[in-house]
Structure formats: C-alpha cells, structure tokens
Design a binder for this molecule. Structure first.
Ligand SMILES: Cc1cc2nc3c(=O)[nH]c(=O)nc-3n(C[C@H](O)[C@H](O)[C@H](O)COP(=O)(O)OP(=O)(O)OC[C@H]3O[C@@H](n4cnc5c(N)ncnc54)[C@H](O)[C@@H]3O)c2cc1C
Length: 467
C-alpha cells in the first residue's frame, strides 16, 4: 500500500477510501470510451475531506480525478494516469433557495433536475436542462459548462453561476463571485472555473441564478421535405421577433428510428422535423405560436401542428426524447458528438455530414438543438468491429474539421476531455492552447488536477478501438 494512501486514510473513515480492485474497477469508465483503473477511490462528503485529499495528493504529486455521476461523454472523469478518483456523488445533497434574491445555493452532488424542481416551489426556474439532468450532478455540469434545449433562450450553465466555493489543487479554499447579479471585482475567476473540466480545482458549493418561471408553454411541430428548408425556417423564426425556449431538430434517420422503436405518428417519409417550444404568458403564446407557424409554412413546411393540449405537447416531446434509446437499437455503439456551428451554417453542416457518412461508409444520424447551432451527429457502430471503428475515427475527425471550417467549435456541450484533446490546436491555434496551458500551470503547479485532459499529449490521437 502506498504511503500517500495511508496518509489519506488517516483522516477519512476506512470505508470511504476504496482500494479493492472490484471497487476501483467500477470507477474506471464514464459514458465515453476507454477504461482506466485508479489506485484509490476516495468518497468525499465535505470540504475538509477534499482539502485533506488535495493537500496529500499535491505533496506526493498524485493525480486527482474528480467524479460526479460519471455521465461525461468526453472522458472527463477517467483516471487516465491512475492516482485518485475523488467521488463527489456521496456528498449530502443540499439545496437552499433564496427566493427573495432569486438565487439558490447548492452542494456539488445535487442532481441538476432537483434544482429546477425546488425553484418551481417558489415560482422560479433554473433553466439549464441537459438531457442528463436527472442523473448528472451540478458539479459535473459546472465543470463541463453543460447545456440543453432551453439554452436557446436562456443560456447554459455558465450564464447562471454567480459564485463558487472551490478547493484549489494545493488544498486551499477560495470563494469566487457571490450572491449578487453584478460583480466586477477583479478578473472573473467564476467564469474561468466553469467549463474547466475539473482541471483547476474541486467545486464544493455554487450559488446559482434563478429566473421567474414562465406561466405557460406551447409546443409546435413542423415537418419538412428538405433539410435546407428546415434550416432556413429555424433562422427565419429567430429573426421574426419571437425567441422560442427550445428548437429541436430530427433528421429522417432519427424519425424512422423513433417510429420503429416507439410509434409516435411522426411522418417517416419526411426529411426533417422541427419541434418548437415557446414559453410566457398564455395570451402572448397564442400570438407567438401562430407567428412561428406562419414562418414555417411560408418557408415551405409541408405540415405544421400546434399542440392543442398538454398531453399532445408531451407526446411530441416524448418522441424527441425517444431518439437516444431508439438509435441505440440500430447498432450497439453510439459515438455522440456535439460539434456546433453558427446557426446560419446548419444546412451546410448537415450537407457535410451527409458527405462524411458516404465517404467513410458509416451510419450517422443527426438531431439536436438546432436553434443554437448545437447539432448532435451520432455515429452508430459496433465497437467489437475494429475495422468499422477505424472508419468511425476518421469520420469523427472529419466532423470536427467540418465544424471548425464552418466557423464552429469542437464542442458545444460535452467538453474536450480525452476525446477531443488531439484537435484543440486546430480550433485555438498553438498560441491559444499554450495560453490556456500557462493558466493551468499557474493554478496547478504540480499538475495533479485531471492530468491527461483538454491538453493534447505528445502524439495523442482519437482512439475508439480497443488497443
Ligand atoms: C444520456 C446522456 C445525455 C446527456 N445529455 C447532455 C446534454 O443534453 N447536455 C450536456 O451538456 N451534456 C449532456 N451529457 C453529458 C454529461 O451528462 C454532462 O457532461 C454532465 O455535466 C456530467 O455530470 P456528472 O455528474 O456525470 O460528471 P462526471 O461525468 O462525473 O464528470 C464530468 C467532469 O466534471 C468534473 N467534475 C465533476 N464534479 C466536479 C466538481 N465537484 N468539481 C470539479 N470538477 C468536477 C470531472 O472531473 C469531469 O471532468 C449527457 C450524457 C449522457 C450519458
């Protein structure tokens, strides 16, 4: 047993420092690719325990991989250099809504959907709504700057963070920001930490902004025979004076997959379906829904439908939610990407994806948050087929290249982690990556926080095959 493990055990209950292979194995993967076994797992339940672990790890220069619920799609919590997995999921889940301030203070282990549920009891809303909100922690959301469909109108996690409590890699506790809406004291460390993917410290508390909960929502579906027209209709809607809360896109392959998995009445001969949600006052919604419907029809939607009841709206969204399980029936492995492009480039990106699919002979289905340009091309494959996985690697690289060429980004939501690190320089350039690295080195002089992530290592390539 290593001396550093003994030191960690000296101040934590033995049952929460796990060294058995079986325990360590269950912390060796996330929702992406690759398996790495840590030397120890520590289940921290309060700030003092995190301070202790980081002080010991920093002194012994042992890597620390903070982990929420392990739902990351880019390899964020994977212990690629061994060391410690610091499990935050066992931490007591505390949510304190301060209704008069329109803020909420949360512990890092809180599941994101619970924040919105608690806020709703006070007539308030926490808008960030990643699809994984019922299973992912707010700590993970903060580290990844996660977003969801409502990002179109309200923004993503970073837009709702007012303050953080963080344990630095050297084991010091700092507070950034606070409980006020405005705060311009110094360089904004809160924004620097959000989206830093666990490379700058451990988030132990967050103060988040809430907004008044809109009294009503309205849903509308539009069906298109051409993807190009769907793209145009999305752009036109966004310049028509109405800002929907969600605008989701499904391509033909998704529509067909949903219909064979959970028949929902979607038209299987259509090239694209766009689902729109508006929120606000009921009287305004009536006018806005009609306006969006007119825009969709003017651009060339072959059919539009405004939900006439809550049940009908739920049915439409249920179809959208079935996309992930439905496409999982097509092939056993799903490489879920989130390359994002400026909104005007959506039709071109979809065209490029079609070309990539043909060139590399892979199955790609496309859905996503079209209103903010955040598409989710999913490459469906079989991880046991090494030859197919080589083609998938090439296709994924081509997807990243296409997004960057169109003025977009490698990741709109899922983060860089291990999966996209090899491509960082293509988007940020050598100097950009080096500036980021210099910041990281200043925060974490011994390089113990989540090493092997974001920054490409010598010769690192995207590898989805077993090696
Ligand atoms: C089915 C499915 C749907 C998804 N849908 C979406 C979506 O719609 N939008 C979206 O953005 N993402 C989505 N994701 C990705 C994932 O859920 C998010 O990235 C989420 O924020 C991860 O939270 P987690 O608790 O699982 O964190 P983990 O996966 O455990 O960790 C993620 C990263 O956060 C770091 N981290 C975790 N906790 C802390 C902390 N307290 N302090 C510092 N660093 C920390 C880890 O080191 C790691 O780098 C989806 C994933 C799945 C499997």
């Amino acid at each position: 047993m290593s001396d550093w493990i003994d030191e960690i055990k000296s101040q934590l209950p033995a049952g929460r420092v796990l060294t058995d292979l079986a325990d360590r194995s269950s912390y060796s993967f996330d929702a992406s690719f690759g398996q790495y076994i840590p030397e120890a797992v520590v289940q921290a339940k309060d700030k003092e325990e995190v301070v202790h672990v980081l002080k010991v790890a920093n002194r012994w220069k042992v890597p620390v991989y903070t982990r929420g619920q392990g739902t990351c799609l880019s390899g964020g919590p994977l212990p690629v250099h061994g060391g410690i997995v610091l499990d935050i999921s066992q931490w007591p889940r505390e949510i304190e809504v301060k209704a008069d301030d329109l803020t909420v203070v949360v512990s890092p282990s809180v599941l994101t959907a619970r924040i919105d549920e608690e806020a709703a009891k006070h007539g308030l809303m926490y808008p960030p709504d990643p699809s994984s909100a019922h299973v992912a922690t707010i700590g993970g959301n903060l580290a990844e700057n996660s977003g969801g469909p409502r990002g179109l109108k309200y923004g993503v996690t970073k837009d709702f963070v007012l303050g953080l409590e963080v344990v630095t890699p050297e084991g010091e506790v700092i507070r950034t920001g606070g409980g006020t809406i405005k705060n311009v004291t110094g360089i904004d460390m809160t924004k620097l930490l959000v989206g830093s993917e666990g490379t700058l410290g451990v988030i132990t508390e967050a103060t988040l902004k809430l907004v008044p909960k809109p009294p009503e929502v309205q849903t509308l579906m539009a069906v298109f025979d051409e993807v190009r027209l769907a793209g145009q209709a999305i752009s036109k809607t966004l310049t028509s004076g109405v800002l929907p809360s969600k605008m989701e896109f499904m391509d033909k392959a998704c529509i067909r997959a949903v219909e064979s998995f959970y028949p929902s009445g979607l038209p299987t001969d259509a090239e694209a379906v766009v689902l729109v949600e508006l929120d606000g006052h009921p009287e305004a919604l009536e006018v806005e829904a009609k306006l969006v419907q007119d825009v969709m029809e003017d651009i060339g939607a072959r059919e539009t439908k405004i939900a006439q009841s809550k049940e009908e709206a739920q049915e439409m969204w249920h179809a959208r939610k079935q996309v992930s399980p439905a496409i999982a029936q097509i092939k056993p492995t799903k490489v879920s990407e989130d390359a994002t492009v400026p909104r005007s480039k959506i039709p071109e990106m979809i065209e490029r994806l079609r070309g990539i699919k043909e060139k590399h002979n892979v199955e790609i289905v496309v859905f996503g948050h079209a209103g903010d340009g955040n598409l989710h091309p999913n490459v469906l494959c079989d991880q046991r087929d090494q030859e197919e996985m080589k083609r998938v690697e090439d296709a994924v690289e081509a997807i990243f290249e296409a997004a960057i060429e169109l003025g977009g980004t490698l990741s709109g939501e899922h983060g860089i982690g291990t999966m996209k690190a090899p491509f960082m320089e293509r988007e940020l350039g050598k100097v950009g990556v080096s500036m980021l690295k210099r910041m990281k080195d200043a925060w974490d002089p011994n390089g113990i926080m989540n090493p092997g992530k974001i920054f490409p290592e010598e010769g690192q390539k995207l590898v989805l095959r077993d090696e």
